[in-house]
Design a protein. Structure first.
Length: 149
């Protein structure tokens, strides 16, 4: 269907039908943007705060979110956790660069665990090997970090 034939078809619609067709087209255009957005509380459990130390095994600086893989020692050996961070744009405004973390860096992080996968979470702050603490993502303020301590 060409643009000209689509225009002719739209002009041929009755006065009552045009608003309904226009509304349907607007809704169809809006669906991909609505479906692409997700909420923090849908994926992450605010009742499952995490504080853990580990070794960076991977740091992905990518849109729409950066990702961090951390090897954490536990009673069974080592478990790799995967954490979501904010977007690179937001991280940069908070003092991050794509070189802030490297494989092998020992870090301490705070965040929240995921609902669906027990070794997935979101990071709210990271303490770097040099002792600096950087904000890493969204989430409600943690009582133990709200005062800046």
């Amino acid at each position: 269907m060409t643009l000209h034939s689509a225009y002719r078809t739209l002009r041929a619609l009755s006065v009552r039908t045009k608003p309904a067709v226009l509304a349907a087209l607007i809704l169809l255009c809006a669906v991909p943007s609505v479906a692409g957005h997700h909420s923090f509380v849908v994926e992450y459990d605010i009742n499952r705060p995490l504080t853990m130390a580990g070794v960076v095994s991977k740091f992905e600086w990518a849109n729409p979110h950066a990702y961090l893989s951390v090897d954490v020692a536990d009673e069974g050996g080592t478990t790799t956790w995967i954490f979501q961070l904010a977007s690179p744009n937001v991280l940069e405004r908070g003092g991050w660069t794509r070189l802030t973390l490297g494989v092998g860096d020992r870090i301490t992080l705070q965040g929240y665990g995921g609902f669906a996968i027990s070794t997935r979470g979101v990071v709210t702050s990271v303490t770097l090997p040099d002792g600096r603490a950087l904000v890493a993502g969204p989430g409600p303020a943690r009582p133990d970090t709200a005062s800046g301590t």
